[in-house]
Design a protein around this ligand. Structure first.
Ligand code: 5AD
Ligand code: SF4
Length: 481
């Protein structure tokens, strides 16, 4: 028999678009006593799609589940609870998730007590929320990006009251501190510094799915990084959709550069951050990076297009010339910095000329890597309504031509380390060849090298013997052997 909804709250695109200036409320996560251990003897599986923000959210959900007494399942068949933490950034990501939802229905037939949940960015979309409700009645639990801290409550309703839960808030101004976290790695950690995005690039769904910009307080961030340092973590990556806007919503005179300078004093070997917006990347941040130390010499700075006409239509708020000037400043003050980017091809109205400007910008900027995408219309965003009559074959050709150029940049970026000794934080056995170890350099280059497993989690010196497009091959320096 079809279960009824207990909690029910649907998202609204109109609400998600709103930006009301008001004080950000900070709340402390509290764990209701009656929930303790109710997940005992139950196993969960979280499948995470999309970006680092989702990975960090999944670690928090796992933290809550462990507090409830759940343990992690090794596979889908032994799970009592499967959560899909979803991504809405492009249509391909959504289609994959819908495929998964259909496939998981089969597991429910074998195990009627299995709970299936969908969370993350997709249910934040009004259209997707309604689709799940109508076409996927086997989904027991639907919640969004603003209410993962209520996971315990939702499970309590679903298990004990045998109700379905669908609760997605469009507008949420809170920052929740103190959610327990079960981190996926024991040497590298994500640290959220802010949530949401107010940029409204015309192609992007994120401002609608993750709400308005909310910064965590510097004290909360600093104490989390200090704690990670004390636990022996070697690297933190600061997360935000637009980290350079950090602090703008706080009523204190404190910027992203201030935060970097304070974190630089903490005894943690490596600090990275993602993602930067060129429009908000200021000189102070560049000067902070120039001080080096634990601030790593790599910057991911999405450019999206090399054509001023397209940048304007994307609402990126900078010109090609301004972007190149930032790159020049970065290279001047942080010699040897590795710069990577994101690029969208075939944005509506992109002509051959516009595309050529993207190619020429890639050459001029000398990127050492890029994530490249074909524009994907996202319902509710302005660009989804722009006329788009480009032939799909031409879109693919542009992507291929761009990738060819980008790959030359990867190789050039790797070649400059041939013969040099680099510091590598060892992640574990190489995915391609388990007889080798692999890890990343300070410039974020992947290195494979033979070595003993007891080096995993350590930072070691590796002499680079040969550079390939996607990785470096090296040998461990004498001091570690
Ligand atoms: N279509 C294609 N790519 C997109 N991105 C964001 N939205 C879209 C879209 N609608 C890309 C941008 C962004 C990266 C995370 O995803 O390049 O920087
Ligand atoms: Fe999307 Fe632009 Fe915000 Fe990045 S800065 S999340 S591309 S709206």
């Amino acid at each position: 028999m079809e279960k009824d909804y207990g909690k029910y709250f649907a998202p609204s695109l109109k609400e998600a678009r709103k930006r009301i200036k008001k004080e950000i409320e900070k709340i402390k996560f509290s764990f209701p006593e009656h929930l303790r251990q109710f997940g005992k003897d139950k196993k969960y599986l979280i499948k995470t799609f999309g970006c680092q923000a989702n990975e960090a959210d999944s670690e928090k959900m796992a933290g809550i589940l462990h507090r409830l007494g759940f343990t992690e399942a090794d596979n889908e068949s032994e799970a009592d609870l499967i959560l899909l933490n979803t991504c809405a950034i492009r249509e391909t990501a959504e289609n994959r998730t819908f495929g998964e939802l259909g496939r998981l229905k089969g597991f429910k037939m074998h195990n009627p007590d299995l709970l299936l949940g969908v969370c993350g960015c997709m249910p934040q979309e009004e259209r997707v929320f309604n689709l799940i409700k109508e076409k996927y009645p086997h989904i027991d639990l639907v919640f969004g990006t603003h209410n993962i801290h209520k996971l315990g409550e939702y499970l309590y309703d679903a298990y004990l009251n045998k109700e379905k839960v669908a609760e997605v808030f469009s507008e949420e101004g809170k920052v929740v501190e103190g959610i327990p976290t079960k981190r996926a790695h024991d040497r590298k950690a994500w640290v959220n510094i802010m949530y949401g995005c107010d940029e409204f690039c015309t192609y992007c769904i994120v401002p609608y799915t993750r709400g308005r910009e909310r910064s965590r307080s510097p004290e909360d961030i600093i104490s989390e990084v200090r704690e990670l340092a004390e636990l022996g973590y070697q690297e933190v990556t600061l997360l935000g959709q637009n980290v350079n806007a950090y602090g703008k919503d706080l009523n204190i005179d404190y910027t992203f550069a201030d935060l970097l300078l304070e974190l630089r004093e903490i005894a943690i070997p490596r600090i990275r951050f993602t993602t930067s917006h060129p429009h908000d990347l200021d000189d102070e941040t560049i000067y902070a990076l120039a001080k080096g130390g634990n601030l790593m010499p790599h910057l991911h700075l999405p450019v999206q297009s090399g054509s001023n006409k397209i940048l304007k239509k994307m609402n990126r708020k900078y010109t090609r010339e301004e972007y190149l000037e930032k790159i020049r400043m970065l290279r001047k003050h942080v010699p040897g910095i590795s710069i990577t980017t994101d690029i969208i091809v075939a944005f509506p109205g992109e002509t051959d000329e516009d595309f050529k400007e993207t190619l020429s910008l890639v050459r001029e900027a000398d990127f050492e890597g890029a994530f490249t995408f074909i524009f994907s219309p996202r319902e509710g965003t302005p660009a989804a309504k722009y006329p788009d009559d480009l032939d799909p074959g031409v879109k693919k050709e542009r992507l291929l031509a761009l990738n060819k150029l980008v790959n030359e940049g990867y190789l050039r970026g790797n070649k400059r380390f041939e013969g040099k000794t680099v510091k590598v934080l060892v992640d574990g056995p190489s995915q391609k060849n388990p007889h080798l170890l692999s890890g990343y350099t300070e410039h974020n280059k992947l290195v494979n090298f033979p070595g003993d497993k007891n080096l995993i989690g350590k930072i070691v010196d590796v002499k680079v013997e040969k550079a390939y497009t996607w990785h470096l091959r090296g040998i461990i320096s004498k001091s570690h052997s």
